[in-house]
Design a protein around this ligand. Sequence first.
Ligand code: ZN
Ligand code: FE
Length: 255
Amino acid sequence: MPAEIRLFLCRSDNYGVLLHDPESGATASIDAPEAGPIEAALKATGWALTDILVTHHHADHTDGIKALKEKYKCRVVAPSAEADTIPAVDQTVREGDKVKVGTLSANVIETPGHTNGHITYWFHADSVAFVGDTLFSIGCGRVIEGTPGMMWRSLCKLRDLPDDTEIYCGHEYTAANIRFARTIEPDNAALAARETQAKQQVATGEPTIPTTIGEEKRANPFLRADLPEVAAGIGMAGKPAAQVFAEIRARKNKF
Ligand code: ZN
Ligand code: FE
């Protein structure tokens, strides 16, 4: 049976996500930005929390863990490289590991850069990936702990997932990301179309995610740093992709 997903806002711009396996009844929260909205979503769906899958150690992804763990006795799965900075971890995982949520199964993909231990959970059979703060719609996470080269390689790993993979990210940053992306690729028609779509979504109070890998490949400049026209457009024709990526990321930091 296909997974069921419920998406909701937490804090100011974080996304909470519940992933439910109708066959077993298992339910995972992807990260735990804030206990209250997660509990409200559990109440609204009638689902019982069995697991928390943590992408990285930042407080806006882990603050809700303690309260949820105490209340639901759920299992907490976290990246092994960050387990000592995440509360109440039961199981640590690394690249190539599989994580079950009932009968649903995720492959763990290491996507360092935003933090050094950041991971992505890819539910292959359900064509969905939970990418935390690595990839955003039309953007990517700040490179806080790692290097731009590391982040570029992580984004390339995600770009290699099938085009129809639905991407759930940690934040609603799409509108601001599009404003920046237009300065990098002003003539990208897919980006212009995404801008129109996102404006409509924001106006009607809808989330702008999930997005898909195929859509991001067409419109997200951070996944397009190895295209000659993108490098040329920012005056870096012929430069290595990781350098072009680093320049785009640096410009976004100052935008
Ligand atoms: Zn973060
Ligand atoms: Fe975050």
